[in-house]
Design a protein around this ligand. Structure first.
Ligand code: TXA
Ligand code: MG
Length: 338
């Protein structure tokens, strides 16, 4: 396995590996992706194998130019209405943390989409990712570069620790800017649906193409990223609302084995004020001033850190449920043991 910083040479070499059917982990603005050539069924099969990902969970196909849509989707299955929405979204929100479900063409092997006739397409907002994709076949399928069900990687080290020698190359492009996966949006039906909340807030999409339906249990089956027990740290994680966490007490003997993850400093201070003991618990704050973007970008990173401290439990506070807060809470709740 090659572990290299992003450079003109390493990107060239990575693209070559992809074209030869190999696997390259690369940075994106959301989380690190485990890339394989989207047209190569054998390479795609290896992605599932390496991640231990169930074959019913489809991959996202990454492109680096809007024109590449023509190489991966079937425009004959797109009506005027859908086409308008697609271009409004693409022109305003791409490159960015938004994956759009569209009818795939026959060049994309069924294994990429778990047999679905649709594919999730995304144009990432990260220069290294864009270069790697452009230098390869132009379409790179990439799930998050972590073992299935675990915390997503926001740094190259996370990929090395989680997948290591199983991949051919890891490109280190520093910490991910957004820190949460893309929003997955289905525009193929009459009703617009968010299948996974993520780095593009619902409000930004609605401003362009109108109201989106709240996702339901049935949609969860379509987008297994919605399944429970995803994004889970190895350490038991308990998710609490603001009032619950501020008043949280626990067995004194657990003091040094317990970690608290607060949304902001105000919440942390309120908790400290309620505690007579327990002040030696491990305490982290997602964003001192309660900035939702900063909190999102630190979520997985902080959970990775806490997971490596070998504590026996983590209590985490839910974020305000607006904008990116929805995606933060989705990840916390899916990763939680309670
Ligand atoms: O930000 C991201 O999206 C990252 C980076 C690497 O780009 N990728 C990522 O991929 O999060 P992954 O495989 O961890 O999540 C893909 C999600 C899953 O929830 C999957 O079920 C959904 O997208 N998905 C993919 N294709 C789909 C389709 N055709 N229909 C419905 N859901 C789909
Ligand atoms: Mg994932």
């Amino acid at each position: 396995m090659k572990y290299l910083p992003v450079s003109a040479e390493s990107l060239n070499e990575g693209a070559q590996i992809l074209k030869n059917g190999g696997l390259v982990a690369f940075p994106t603005e959301t989380v690190y992706g485990l890339g394989a050539d989207a047209f190569n069924a054998q390479a795609l099969a290896r992605v599932f194998e390496v991640k231990k990902r169930p074959y019913f969970d489809p991959l996202i196909i990454h492109i680096a130019a809007i024109e590449t849509l023509e190489k991966v989707i079937d425009f004959s299955l797109i009506n005027e209405e859908m086409r308008k929405k697609l271009y409004l979204l693409a022109e305003n929100l791409w490159p960015g943390p938004l994956s759009i479900i569209l009818p795939k063409n026959e060049k994309i092997p069924g294994i990429a989409t778990s047999g679905l006739e649709t594919a999730a397409i995304r144009f990432p907002d990260n220069e290294a990712a864009q270069k790697l994709i452009s230098l390869s076949t132009g379409a790179v399928a990439a799930p998050s570069a972590n073992p299935f069900g675990g915390l997503s990687p926001t740094r190259a080290e996370h990929v090395k620790n989680g997948l290591g020698e199983k991949v051919d190359m890891i490109l280190d492009g520093g910490p991910s800017r957004v820190g949460l996966e893309s929003t997955v949006l289905d525009i193929t039906g009459d009703i617009l649906k968010i299948l996974r909340p993520g780095g593009t807030p619902k409000e930004a999409i609605e401003k362009l193409i109108g109201p989106i339906k709240a996702s339901s249990e049935q949609d969860a089956i379509l987008s297994p990223g919605q399944l429970e027990n995803h994004y889970a740290p190895r350490t038991p994680l308990y998710v609490l609302n603001s009032e619950e966490i501020i008043n949280k007490t626990f067995d004194k003997s657990d003091d040094k084995k317990t970690a608290f993850l607060f949304f902001d400093n105000n919440s942390k201070d309120s908790w400290l004020n309620t505690q007579k003991e327990h002040k030696t618990a491990i305490i982290k704050v997602l964003s001192e001033n309660g900035d939702i973007l900063q909190a999102a970008s630190r979520l997985f990173e902080t959970l990775h850190e806490l997971d490596n401290l070998n504590v026996s439990q983590i209590f985490a506070q839910l974020a305000p449920n607006t904008g990116l807060g929805e995606a933060i809470n989705d990840r916390l709740l899916k990763g939680a043991s309670n």
